[in-house]
Design a protein around this ligand. Structure first.
Ligand SMILES: Cc1cc2nc3c(=O)[nH]c(=O)nc-3n(C[C@H](O)[C@H](O)[C@H](O)COP(=O)(O)OP(=O)(O)OC[C@H]3O[C@@H](n4cnc5c(N)ncnc54)[C@H](O)[C@@H]3O)c2cc1C
Length: 489
């Protein structure tokens, strides 16, 4: 049987520093095999339960990014189905070798297990983290706290090795379209255009929070996503410009202010349009002085991303349960019916805390939100409104353009004070936050209606007291604070 080398493309839409693609092409050339670049529109993304399918934002972005990436190749196949079934079908006609970049999501490893059980040859390349996923403390344990993790990996992260740019030119021997059409049903081969990809998804926007299914279309309009960049060249140019305009030098001083847009690299990282290694290469090319505080702070944020991926990889249950055992099933979140009412107001930007409402409207309208805003709205949802952090995580999953399950989970668990890297419990004061980070009201004026005027659903002082009781820091009867564990800002 002839051999085919399959590049299984997932969310890694770039030619530069793409280990699975690079090695697939290299071995295909060296061993004179047929080359097949492939994206699988997995059943779980498109055909399953409409609640679990790809979110509206993800399917719109996928339909824009995938065809542009495929333009780099002479042939590129998009196939409906399940990866293990698609590979099994191909293996009846060819000797199959599969190349894929890794992921830290637990579902990825279930897929790999199944592929291996079917006797197929698959090579998984580390790409999710720039540093070794197996990094351990000197006592041989996995890290759970950011600062020592960062200390251990910083030098290695800065020195991240880059894989050469891939060149899928016509000299490579592609598996022909005809050959693929002989193996798969016509309906399973998807035309690689924005319109045809979108057609494969159910056009709904349902999310499940607790026991409730909420139709987002019933409460908030769909985000406008045309502003999002969609290819790796565009992304690299944006980052170079950001550095040239002193973005990194000013990063530490400006990053928290809401009128400031930061590097805007999260979407590119989440969709694999750029890698952390390439960002580091560009930083080093431009900044001889890596000791500058602005540059250091930026690198530190990139390492937060590494850290959350590392945490998810080694603790796959965190997507559904608190990292800290002492909080599992211990916090009494708000009672269901009232929680649904408050949750919908939060989603719609109608909480009456103006900074929260402006932030939620930014998210609803663009699929993006400033990091400071994310911290504020997450604190208000979990602390002031007493709503389970999993509900917030789910809404963000359904709308963020830069959705990264590890960072999203890390951000929510941090905000709910139940995650790794334990800190004193923080209860953000939305008014102080607004005064500090939206000093001239520019951000609120941008996102709120001119005649915005709403009362807070729960007055902040009262909400704060209730949060303290919920977290066991204030005894309901005696009202004695356990100040030791409390941090307010
Ligand atoms: C509740 C909550 C949910 C979040 N969900 C996500 C998510 O789904 N995807 C995501 O990429 N980030 C998430 N973040 C982190 C952060 O808000 C975004 O990475 C940041 O706003 C992206 O904007 P930027 O690219 O301009 O960031 P910059 O400030 O320019 O930072 C550069 C890069 O560093 C990384 N980074 C920065 N801050 C963080 C952080 N706190 N945690 C992890 N990585 C960070 C990102 O990759 C980012 O692109 C979340 C934060 C919170 C509090």
């Amino acid at each position: 049987m002839q051999v085919i080398s399959i590049y299984w493309c997932r969310k890694d839409f770039r030619l530069d520093d793409n280990p699975a693609l690079f090695n697939c092409l290299k071995e295909s050339r060296e061993e004179d095999t047929l080359f097949l670049p492939l994206f699988i529109l997995e059943d779980y993304m498109t055909k399953g339960d409409p609640i679990n399918q790809y979110s509206y934002t993800s399917r719109v972005l996928l339909s824009k990014i995938l065809p542009k990436f495929a333009d780099n190749f002479t042939e590129f196949s998009v196939i409906n189905g399940k990866i293990s079934q698609v590979l099994t079908k191909l293996s009846k006609h060819y000797n199959v070798k599969v190349y894929v970049n890794d992921d830290v999501h637990p579902d990825f490893y279930k897929q790999i297990k199944k592929i291996k059980e079917n006797g197929l040859n698959i090579k998984v390349y580390q790409d999710s983290l720039a540093v070794d996923k197996e990094t351990k403390t000197i006592t041989g344990n996995y890290y759970s706290i950011f600062t020592p993790f960062k200390k251990n990996i910083l030098a290695k992260f800065i020195d991240t090795k880059i894989i050469l740019k891939s060149n899928p030119d016509s000299k490579i021997n592609y598996l022909s379209k005809n050959a693929i059409e002989k193996i798969f049903n016509k309906k399973d081969l998807v035309k690689n255009t924005e319109k045809d990809i979108l057609k494969e998804f159910k056009d709904t926007r349902l999310i499940k929070v607790g026991k409730n299914t909420i139709d987002l279309d019933g409460i908030i309009a769909r985000p406008e996503l045309n502003h999002v960049y969609t290819n790796e060249k565009e992304v690299l140019d944006i980052f170079k410009k950001y550095i040239k305009n002193d973005g990194l030098i000013n990063y530490k001083d400006k990053r928290d202010f809401l009128k400031n847009t930061n590097s805007n690299m999260a979407i590119a990282l989440a969709w694999g349009l750029i890698s952390a290694g390439i960002l580091m290469r560009e930083i080093k090319n431009h900044h001889a002085d890596l000791n500058h505080l602005g540059v250091q702070t930026y690198i530190s944020e990139l390492i937060w991303r590494e850290f959350y991926k590392y945490i998810l990889y080694h603790n796959s249950t965190v997507l559904n349960e608190e990292f800290q055992k002492k909080y599992r099933n211990k916090i009494e979140w708000r009672e269901n019916k009232e929680a649904v009412k408050f949750f919908k107001l939060w989603v719609q930007g109608k909480t009456g805390y103006d900074i929260v409402d402006a932030s939620m409207l930014e998210l609803a309208k663009t699929g993006q939100m400033h990091n400071r805003s994310r911290m504020i709205v997450a604190s208000i949802l979990t602390k002031n409104l007493g709503i389970d952090w999993r509900w917030g995580q789910e809404y963000f999953r359904s709308i963020l353009a830069d959705l990264d399950d590890a960072s999203n989970n890390g951000g929510w668990q941090w905000s709910a004070s139940v995650g790794s890297d334990p800190k004193p419990i923080r209860i953000f004061n939305p008014y102080t936050q607004a005064d500090n980070y939206d000093t001239d009201r520019e951000y609120r004026n941008k996102w709120l209606d001119k005649d915005y005027k709403l009362e807070a659903i729960i007055e902040h002082k009262q909400a704060r007291q209730e949060a303290l009781i919920r977290y066991g820091l204030l005894n309901n009867k005696h009202k004695d604070h356990n100040q030791h564990h409390l941090f307010s800002d």
